[in-house]
Design a protein around this ligand. Structure first.
Ligand code: SIN
Ligand code: MN
Length: 240
């Protein structure tokens, strides 16, 4: 736990967390945060309600809504066979635009870094106009929810994953591609933060250690859900 209390754990400047992984604190304006939070209400009452996905016989502690595709371990389907067999909502165009803006900002962070060669951002797959995500997994965390260390590896397309956080702050762990153990970096993802992982970090293990109740800013509060956190990850499934 020592790294959680190190000075760098409180530094909220944009940074390269690992080769291929860029954190952009405060990417979303307050207005954007509350607008996206309002979308959750629509998604929640959509054809497929938020659902605790079963992994190896155990329900996850987060509740997930898929946009574009419905995710289950090892597969993406258009219909939610393990919920109500309805077809999921489409992937929204505004989210593609937002994902591209995050990649643009991540590219600027990499280009500004003194120690990265000029073509690094493109080598990591940060190509805003070439980004065509087709699924968003929207996860709701209550105060007790967590997510164990895992890889996002059910996609056939290695395009970067773009993550957006809303609501309460979480303790996020971003590790390496070999195993769940050190080396890893612990950081706090707060409401409005963006995090991108592509290229050499695309298959890094990562997880959510805990939610810090009551830490959401005014514009990011999920009062109608009783608090908690929403995370959106956009991915490119590479499936027809
Ligand atoms: C995920 O790994 O799919 C979610 C990560 C997060 O909630 O920040
Ligand atoms: Mn993940």
């Amino acid at each position: 736990m020592d790294s959680l209390f190190a000075d760098e754990a409180f530094d909220r400047r944009p940074s390269i967390v690992a080769p291929g992984a860029v954190w952009i604190p405060g990417f979303l304006s307050e207005q954007a945060q509350s607008w996206i939070i309002a979308r959750w209400a629509e998604w929640q009452s959509g054809p497929v309600p938020p659902h605790a996905t079963t992994i190896a016989g155990h329900p996850m502690s987060v509740r997930t809504i898929g946009l574009g595709w419905h995710w289950r371990p090892g597969r993406y389907d258009r219909r939610a066979a393990d919920v109500n067999n309805r077809r999921v909502l489409p992937f929204p165009d505004w989210m593609t635009r937002l994902g591209r803006q995050v990649l643009q900002a991540a590219t600027a962070v990499v280009d500004d870094a003194d120690d990265q060669p000029a073509d690094t951002a493109a080598a990591w797959g940060f190509v805003p106009n070439g980004y065509h995500p087709d699924v968003a997994l929207v996860n709701y965390y209550d105060a007790q929810a967590k997510m164990g260390m895992h890889q996002d590896k059910d996609e056939f397309d290695p395009a970067p994953v773009v993550s957006l956080s809303l609501g309460d702050t979480c303790l996020f762990r971003f590790g390496n591609s070999e195993h769940r153990n050190r080396p890893y970096t612990d950081l706090r993802l707060a409401s409005g933060d963006a995090f991108v992982f592509g290229g050499p970090a695309r298959f890094a293990y990562h997880g959510v250690r805990s939610i810090q109740p009551g830490t959401a800013p005014e514009a990011g509060r999920l009062d109608h859900l009783g608090g908690g956190r929403i995370n959106i990850t956009m991915r490119t499934t590479g499936r027809g």
